[in-house]
Design a protein around this ligand. Sequence first.
Ligand code: ADP
Ligand code: ZN
Ligand code: ZN
Length: 735
Amino acid sequence: MRPTIARVALPVPLDKQFDYLIPSHLFPIVGGRVSVPFGFGKQTLVGIVTAMVNHSEFSQDQLKSIKAVLDDRPVWPDSLYDLLQWTSQFYQYPLGETLANAMPSALRKGKVADFTSSIEWSLTPQGRDKLMQGFGSAVKQAKVMHMLESGPVAHQMFLDEEITNRFLNSLQDKGWISSQEKKPKLQPWPVNIEAAVDKPKLNQEQAIAIATVNSHKEFGCFLLEGVTGSGKTEVYLNMIKPILEQGRQALVLVPEIGLTPQTISRFRKRFNVPVEVIHSGLNDTERLNAWLSARDKVAGIVIGTRSALLTPFADLGIIIVDEEHDASYKQQDSLRYHARDVAVMRANKEQIPIVLGSATPALETLHNAMTGKYHHLILSYRAGNAVPTTNKVFDVKGLYLESGLSAPLIAEMRRHLSAGNQVMLFLNRRGFSPALMCHDCGWIAECKRCDAYYTYHQYSNEIRCHHCGSQQPIIHQCQGCGSTNLVTVGVGTEQLEVQLEQLFPDYKTIRIDRDSTRRKGSLESALSAIRKGEYQILIGTQMLAKGHHFPDVTLVALLDVDGSLYSSDFRASERLAQLFTQVAGRAGRASKPGEVVLQTHHPEHPLLQALLHKNYRHFAEAALYERQTAMLPPYTYLTLFRAEANQSQLVEDFLRQVRHTLEANPLFDRGCLVLGPTPAPLAKRAGKYRWQLLLQTQSRPQMQRLLASSKAAINMLPIAKKVRWTLDIEPQDLS
Ligand code: ADP
Ligand code: ZN
Ligand code: ZN
């Protein structure tokens, strides 16, 4: 007898699934989509059938019926479906919402899982004749016709160039161009997978790295640690080649900002298989097409940012995570997953190799490599002709700072600018949680109970310890030297921009950060304007450091070094080291050597010394030792509870009860620790008071079991209904 009830995972914030009757004319399948009525109104939701059963805890007349069956095959292959279930459990995020998160939005909205054809334009024979004759003053006509000169062009490309449908139709009416409908075709890949292009002769380290990975047939995780310019991309291409030759596919993840046309074209030029690109800028149709193209093996390679990780593949053979240390791999809302970590789990489930590449590996990854959990591959020299930068520290104790700029730095900037070069200034605003510091002696306000620095809260005009929650009104005198010259460490990029325009009225300044590049395409045009030399002073956050080479930048200055060394976020110093190493690896060129300047009140800081005089690895080893002594990740595992409500007291009380719930759990042992509740660094946002609580455990399984068995109890707390709360498993951002 066929089952009468389907269990459906729906995109609602509840840890449960819902039973629906299966009408006799419908044939749902496990893993496929259905649409169902939900709630008391007329709402319809799209969900995934997780099981088909004959019994429900509800009686038949309480159950509603499925409205429509949307798929005749599962949305994901088994291994990926398994991975999504694991992800839901690991990140304590409801299955229905996790699955919805993993679907392209077209599927989420109930569209058919099939390729949408797209329109392509090409020249007619008359059009070619016309092209020979020229267009006189009809500049726009000439532009369109020349775009088509070397072959068909997608309709979307014209829209991107702000050429309208109407204009294209007018050219069609003249008989110059014609349109065709194009659907991606399932066709076998060519016999020659690799295109006939010039390839560099590999050096020995590259050859070893490639051979090691390619001889590995099952799961294996490889850290490819290679200094900037050491030829990591060349290594990836060589690792992918035999995979494609076996008829299998490759997934390449890059940071949000790493997806430049240059990167994509390097892959497209090298291989004769379709390369699909997946990123957050795609529209619904493009995204669905790319997704299907991977699932149905039209594409050989998928390059994409974080969300591309959850793409289904017909036959995935290797995963590459470039710049694996990058913070953009961690999603900061809804499903707070870390794409690198889930990628390792995916490779494990699919029994394929995964390569994590970086010049500055995350401490977690390095730890895994040093303890033998990951294989460690090293590229120690630069392949190109880049020259090392000169690194300098400016001790700014007692110096007057103009929006964070010291006089020696301003003089240095003048020198480089008047020589016709570009200057780049970095402000790490993401880690913005300022400490209160004496400008004359470098003393920093410190919690007496915690061995931690106080964080300055401008909003409430007080200093607070984020570890024990103790607080006091802002102090006005240094406890080291008695000076009243106390400053907060940390300046915003906007403030700096205004200041620079006054200091250097003859030079043009551009700011690159998440706010200034929100609009689609704005980053690309900013970067090309910089390359053309239209701006001389560049201000940026970390995102300016990634993957972009600016040969005319000869001076790079890191302004906010102390803010990172003394941040309440223990990862801030790691990010500083990564930023420093990345920019030092990219500034200048052989004919124009670069210089990197760090401004600090603490030039003697051991981590800074390790970084300046040795290298990233020395820094990392020192930092790992510090983490171990302080019982921080990767030696322990953290979960962050965040909560917010209209009243501060309510949030604090809720988290206090969460704390009691956790501590009362029999699984909570001596290796566990709860810190807080403390106010969030941004303690009030949009009228809501925000607090947080940090849980620390000795192992991942322990964290998992403890959270799983406490979550229901926390949801039962009466006060839980009055606050909004979320869990961030292994949070990356504590500032
Ligand atoms: P990374 O990804 O490590 O920054 P790339 O792969 O982009 O490095 O390589 C940097 C430059 O060096 C590129 O122009 C690349 O073509 C070149 N290159 C890579 N490997 C070699 C090699 N073995 N010999 C000569 N040039 C190489
Ligand atoms: Zn404290
Ligand atoms: Zn002082």
